[in-house]
Design a protein around this ligand. Structure first.
Ligand SMILES: Nc1ncnc2c1ncn2[C@@H]1O[C@H](COP(=O)(O)OP(=O)(O)OP(=O)(O)O)[C@@H](O)[C@H]1O
Ligand SMILES: [Mg+2]
Length: 293
């Protein structure tokens, strides 16, 4: 009985994955926060791995300006990064690396600093190269830098969906709201979702999310759904020190179980309406407009 149900679930999952790769194309998400150090990179990496385990080919793009560290969390020393692509020394497929469980990622290096000062020609090249990923993966997830830098905001605005990570600390909550407010002011159709990281229990997660949701509703008339809560768990720090993603090093720890649940809910949710041109093209077109010198 159990085997049959499992088999069916796998079948549905595979069909969903194939449907997504063939029909809907690539979905682009950004993960961001107001305050730094709230767990964005750990969330991004482990959430991406969870999607991958559910049959969705996922690529993590380290877009943290200056402080790139997805490769460090993966324990991979990367010689090649976005920098080489921007310098036109390498193609996108040269700089895509494979991490744990076949997860694809692009290291940030110092490349994103350069993106700010790109010439029009380099920007075209960048778009052309990133467009290569369209249809080849189900998800591209950008781990953005914390804070309200202009570049980070442009990135978030260009993508269709953004996951805002906060912790229950008041400073993190205030800054999470600040970033929502700024993105909302730049472009009102970005889809936000909230993740509360490092929660003591569900009640704390709910309480934290309610605070942000209430102000967003009141002052921006914006409904921000909660994607989920991730437990505060000492295994996360342990895994970081080992340079292995925590869902790989400690798959049964509380934080890992939170991530798995959250990824299931994410997949079960409604994907955003896609514009006719496709998500990657749409993203790149918006990015070109926003970054053009
Ligand atoms: N769920 C968690 N439970 C316990 N500790 C956590 C959790 N998530 C993150 N941490 C701790 O917070 C640290 C910072 O996490 P991470 O590097 O993912 O944050 P970040 O938001 O990406 O930071 P930055 O803004 O500098 O990019 C981790 O090294 C870990 O020690
Ligand atoms: Mg980070």
């Amino acid at each position: 009985m159990h085997d049959q149900a499992q088999g069916l679930r796998n079948l549905v999952r595979r069909a969903q994955a194939q449907g997504q790769a063939a029909g809907r194309g690539t979905r682009i998400l950004t993960v961001t926060s107001g305050k730094g150090g709230v767990g964005k990179s750990n969330f991004t990496l482990n959430f991406a791995l969870a999607l991958q385990r559910k049959g969705f080919k996922t690529l993590v793009f380290d877009a943290d300006i200056g402080l790139a560290n997805i490769d460090v969390l993966m324990g991979v020393s990367s010689q090649l990064s976005l920098y080489h692509l921007l310098k036109r020394e390498k193609t996108i497929w040269d700089i895509v690396q494979t991490g744990h469980e076949g997860l694809l990622f692009i290291a940030g290096g110092s490349g994103f600093n350069d993106l700010i000062r790109l010439t029009e020609e380099q920007l075209d090249e960048f778009a052309e190269q990133v467009n290569e990923l369209s249809g080849k993966v189900d998800f591209i997830i950008f781990d953005t830098g914390a804070g309200l830098s202009k570049e980070t905001l442009k990135f978030i605005v260009a993508a269709q969906e953004t996951i805002v990570v906060t912790t229950p600390e008041p400073t993190s909550i205030t800054d999470a709201y600040a970033i929502v407010k700024m993105v909302h002011a730049m472009q009102s159709d970005v889809r936000f979702r909230l993740v509360v990281n490092r929660t003591a229990d569900i009640a704390e997660g709910r309480h934290t999310a309610d605070k942000i949701r209430m102000v967003a509703k009141k002052f921006l008339q914006l409904d921000i759904p909660v994607l989920g809560y991730v437990a505060d768990d000492p295994h996360v720090s342990k895994a970081v020190k080992q340079q292995v993603p925590f869902t790989v090093a400690y798959p049964h720890c509380e934080a890992a179980r939170s991530i798995e649940r959250l990824a299931s809910d994410f997949i079960a949710g409604q994907p955003p309406d896609e514009s006719g041109e496709g998500a990657v093209k749409g993203f790149l077109n918006k990015m070109m407009r926003l970054f053009r010198p």
